[in-house]
Design a protein around this ligand. Structure first.
Ligand code: CUA
Length: 171
């Protein structure tokens, strides 16, 4: 069967595009470090009162290693605790695991300008681990519609020089 030269060109072009599209979708799902909330994120057990085994009081905690911190954040209509009235403060050159849950409806937790972006689901804990190399300031926004104050639901994250962080201590 004879296939015209231009027809062959279009066929090859179209197949190449399909392969590229599948490649970008696969990269986005697997390679870029995005994750979905699932069972491994854990659920909040309201009957469990030992904080180390469950969702701790919101705040910043020392993690398993010296340069690792755990940040527990509650999202609620229409605040992040901590984050909205007090900024979340973590030191630079550290690894930070965010544990995010909601106490009422579905919220979003996005650190603007980074790829930290998760849903905050009532009764579930979403965990995201990131490294902060440089001191910087980031905004926190809710990106799931959660009610009439949704557009005002925001906060801030301060990545401060380690010396400055040690002065204030872990709260
Ligand atoms: Cu919380 Cu939108």
């Amino acid at each position: 069967m004879h296939v015209h030269r231009f027809e062959r060109l279009w066929l090859v072009g179209a197949l190449t595009l399909i392969v590229l599209f599948i490649g970008t979708v696969t990269y986005g799902a697997v390679g870029a470090g995005y994750g979905m909330v699932d069972d491994t994120g854990g659920e909040v057990d309201p009957t469990n009162t030992t904080e180390s085994e469950n969702f701790r009081s919101p705040g910043v905690y020392n993690g398993s290693e010296s340069d690792h911190y755990d940040v527990y954040i509650e999202a609620k209509q229409f605040l992040f605790v901590p984050g909205t009235s007090d900024p979340v403060r973590v030191p630079a050159n550290s690894t930070v695991t965010f544990h995010v849950t909601s106490t009422d409806v579905m919220h979003g937790f996005e650190v603007v300008g980074t790829n930290i972006n998760t849903m905050a689901v009532p009764g579930q804990v979403a965990t995201v681990t990131v490294e902060f190399d440089e001191p910087d300031e980031y905004g926190l926004v809710c990106n799931e519609y959660c009610g009439n104050g949704h557009h005002d639901m925001e906060g801030s994250l301060e990545v401060v020089p380690p010396a400055q962080f040690n002065e204030s201590g872990v709260n």
